[in-house]
Each structure stands twice: as structure tokens, then as C-alpha cells.
Ligand binder design. Structure first.
Ligand code: NAP
Length: 304
């Protein structure tokens, strides 16, 4: 246990609920490894305005992670919001600069880091999103803004949600954006896209037997990413692997968005491997009896 004193900086995740959050494990491991006098806690919050007023008033309250359901609500109480978060319409990271609260989003940039880390360049690629929720919106904007993807396709079961994301993405003139229906358009889209990003909760614990994409649709040349990280390896990922696809696990989004948060709060490089190992250890331990995902980390080629 690190010493806590009057110079200790506080970071925290707020949400409702927050009991499931892996962020305290990840960030405290990182602060410890980096030798920083920081501590990270989790707060269940109902009154967002009061919470942020408290953060602003406390000089040592340096950083905040924001999770469901507050990613939108915090925006009304911040002093500055970075352009990406404004476009996405949600904030997952707050930094307190001497009482000025600055919001940003690291979900999309975190996923792009995970792709880069896996040696996958999205420039010139056709990127398919399965699902049309908040996380897809955040990642799709990052793909549109920060890569030269040839096409972005969003498939969802609720047309109004799909068209809302597609409409906002098209405002970015050089991204070609296609909107479609789940499950009707999935087969054709899987036949034509190089990159598949699964962004629904399908296959998440305890429904580990479910998958959003039939195994017959995978092609070995595809790169396949699942946002779901419980279980560690979803059925979707296991079937994509069996089809010969390159896969990126949901834990990579979790860790990389946190890496970017850590760097915003502390100004020093994040110890990625420490954060990943702490997270995977907890994921595998917590779900060992039910998860089929215990085993080899395909990206780093080591046992977890
Ligand atoms: P969300 O805003 O609730 O969106 C969920 C999306 O999935 C919606 O488009 C929803 O469709 C769709 N969906 C749900 N069940 C479906 C089904 N049976 N068939 C077809 N579509 C279905 O949630 P979110 O925040 O975007 O999160 C989505 C997933 O990503 C969750 O599993 C979450 O845990 C995961 N996630 C992971 C990370 C990470 O760090 N790895 C970060 C954020 C989120 P409707 O619009 O029709 O309801």
C-alpha cells in the first residue's frame, strides 16, 4: 500500500452502478508502478452537478473517469470540452486544471491505439460496426476523424439510432458512410468489409453462448474486434479466430482508453503492460469458473 498524505492526488470513476468497474485496479496498479503519489477510487453518483462542483472545489481532485449513465450529463457542468467529445456527444474523462474542468473522450482514440498496437492500419479499409449504441458512436467518430478509412458502415436493429450516427458522421466530408439493418444486411456487409467492430452487448456474461455474427460469415483476411470483454474471449472472438481472422479483444479497448486517461491526468507515459496485466488477472480470476476465455493472449503471444 502506498503512503497517502496531504500531497496525494485523487482520481476516481463515477457511475451508477460502479461496483463492476475494473478502473480502480488498473489505475492504482499504474500509479504504483509509475511511483506517483496518486490514488484512484470509485464513487456511485446520482447527483452529477453536485459531484462536479465538489471536484472543482477540491484542489487535489485531479481526474475523473465517467461511466454509464453519466457520460452525457457531465457535459452540462464542464468548463471546456474537447472537439472530439463534442462531436461524439459524450465525455468519459475529466481533468481538473486548478478548478477548470476539461472533458474529453478516450474511448475512440483508445480503440485506435489498440488497432495500431496490433499492427493494423485502418487507412483505405472498409470498417463495419455491428451495433449503433454509445460506444459505436464514439469509436466511429474516431475512425472518421483520425483515420483515412475508405468506408464506415453502421448496422443496427433500431433504424433511428443508426441513421443518427450516420447523419452526424457524414458531416465529416471525406468519410463514406453507409447505414443498414441488423440482421438483414449483415451477410452482405461481412462479405465486403476488412474490419469488423462488434459493439453490441451480445455474448456478454452471462449470455456467453450468444454471438452477434454467424461463424460462417467470417473471412480469414478480416480483422475482428469485440468491444465485449466479459468473458475475456467471447464466442464471437473464438469463432473469428477459428476462421483464421486476426482478433483484438475487448480488454484492449478497456486498457487503452485508460492509458490515455492516465496520461492526461499525470502527464507521464502510462505503464500499459502493468495496466493490462492487472486487468486481465482480475477478468480471468473473476470469471474463471464460467469463462471460456482463459488461455493464450494471441496479441502478445504469452500466457495470462
Ligand atoms: P448501448 O449504448 O446500450 O448500445 C448497445 C447497442 O447494442 C445498441 O445499438 C443496441 O441496439 C444494440 N443491441 C443490444 N442488444 C442487441 C441485440 N440483441 N441485437 C441487436 N442489437 C442489439 O451500449 P454501449 O455503451 O454502446 O456498449 C455496447 C457494448 O460495448 C457493451 O457490451 C459494453 O459493455 C461494451 N463496451 C466495452 C468497452 C470496453 O472498454 N471494452 C467500452 C464501452 C462499451 P438498440 O439501439 O436497438 O437498443
Amino acid at each position: 500500500m502506498r503512503g497517502i498524505d496531504t500531497a496525494t492526488q485523487l482520481c476516481a470513476v463515477i457511475g451508477n452502478p460502479v461496483e463492476h468497474s475494473l478502473s480502480p485496479i488498473m489505475h492504482n496498479a499504474a500509479f504504483e508502478a509509475a511511483g506517483l503519489n496518486y490514488v484512484y477510487l470509485a464513487f456511485r453518483v446520482q447527483d452529477v452537478a453536485a459531484c462536479l462542483a465538489g471536484m472543482r472545489a477540491c484542489e487535489g481532485f485531479r481526474g475523473m473517469s465517467v461511466t454509464i449513465p453519466h457520460k452525457l450529463a457531465v457535459m452540462d457542468h464542464l468548463d471546456e470540452i474537447d472537439p472530439m467529445a463534442q462531436k461524439v456527444g459524450s465525455v468519459n474523462t475529466i481533468v481538473n486544471e486548478n478548478g477548470i474542468l476539461i472533458g474529453s473522450t478516450t474511448d475512440g482514440p483508445g480503440v485506435l491505439r489498440a488497432f495500431a498496437d496490433a499492427g493494423v492500419n485502418l487507412d483505405g479499409k472498409k470498417v463495419l460496426f455491428v451495433g449503433a449504441g454509445g460506444a459505436v458512436r464514439a469509436v466511429a467518430f474516431a475512425v472518421a476523424e483520425l483515420t483515412k478509412a475508405e468506408q464506415i458502415t453502421i448496422l443496427g436493429r433500431t433504424p433511428s439510432r443508426v441513421t443518427a450516427i450516420a447523419h452526424d458522421l457524414r458531416a465529416k466530408q471525406d468519410a463514406s458512410v453507409v447505414a443498414g439493418r441488423l440482421p438483414e444486411d449483415l451477410r452482405d456487409a461481412m462479405a465486403t468489409h476488412n474490419i469488423v467492430i462488434q459493439g453490441t452487448p451480445i455474448g456478454m456474461y452471462p449470455d456467453e453462448g450468444d454471438t452477434a455474427v454467424p461463424s460462417a460469415f467470417f473471412r480469414s483476411e478480416q480483422v475482428v474486434f469485440d468491444m465485449v470483454y466479459r468473458p475475456y474471449k467471447t464466442r464471437f472472438i473464438r469463432e473469428a479466430e477459428a476462421a483464421g481472422c486476426k482478433t483484438i479483444l475487448g480488454v484492449e479497448m478497456l486498457v487503452n482508453q485508460a492509458v490515455l486517461q492516465f496520461e492526461r491526468w499525470t502527464g507521464v507515459p502510462a505503464p500499459y503492460h502493468v495496466m493490462r496485466e492487472a486487468t486481465v488477472a482480475r477478468l480471468v480470476k473473476g470469471f474463471a469458473s464460467k469463462s471460456t476465455g482463459r488461455g493464450e493472449d494471441t496479441r502478445h503471444g504469452r500466457r495470462v
